[in-house]
Design a protein around this ligand. Structure first.
Ligand code: MN
Length: 210
């Protein structure tokens, strides 16, 4: 996430086949190597003439995009969002169980959703409710309070002043090869490959700097 222009596609820390049978190898290859790569290439192209942005990380690019000429803002936001959302997505994938949710995330989820089970149910329902292409995010405000929000296309929670802790990509490219039109089945499978240790760390690191 600390990369600067020109952005490059890093290798994943795990194998494309590691998430089988929940997310298939071919989907992982195309998603990472083609979809994310395209966002990276287009982001580099859209920023090539704007040298002031070349030292910014992705979050700052997203936050500062409003200062770019009007005609390039959307392009930069879509592609920087596409890169950020996908880096977070691939970063939080690993076979894991909800018993791996640890404090302080565990306590915050119970505080804000009544129970872990209730949070899981709400997350799945909300991901099913995304209309068209987009994401469901678990986000934190600057006081550590958690909530679920849906965002369209490659929009990010930064645009509404919130910080992403976890997300599920429900664009069809994330599941269509294996799950076809059955997003519900993909969501069920996805729940087995959330790296809760990593998600707990993302939350902990964020509340420590607030
Ligand atoms: Mn995607």
């Amino acid at each position: 996430m600390e990369q600067h222009y020109p952005f490059v596609l890093d290798k994943l820390e795990y194998d494309y086949s590691d998430l089988e049978p929940y997310i298939d190898t071919e989907t992982m290859i195309i998603h990472h190597n083609k979809h994310l790569k395209t966002y990276i290439d287009n982001l580099n192209k859209s920023l090539s003439n704007y040298k002031k942005f070349h030292d910014f990380n992705l979050i700052n690019i997203i936050k500062m995009a409003k200062y770019l000429p009007f005609e390039v803002q959307t392009k930069v936001l879509n592609n920087a969002g596409g890169v950020y959302n996908h880096l977070l997505y691939f970063d939080i994938l690993k076979k894991s169980k909800i018993t791996d949710i640890k404090p302080p995330l565990k306590h915050a989820l119970i505080r804000d959703f009544n129970s872990i089970d209730n949070f899981i149910q709400k997350f799945k329902t909300q991901a099913l409710d995304v209309f068209g292409s987009g994401y469901t995010f678990l986000v934190s405000d600057r006081f550590g309070k958690l909530k679920l929000i849906n965002m369209k296309n490659q929009d990010t929670p930064f645009s509404v002043g919130l910080y992403p802790i976890l997300l599920i990509d429900v664009w069809e490219h994330a599941y269509y090869l294996k799950h076809k039109n059955l997003r519900k089945d993909y969501i069920e499978d996805f729940m087995n490959v959330i790296d809760w240790e990593k998600v707990t760390k993302i939350y902990k690191d964020y509340i420590n700097i607030c």
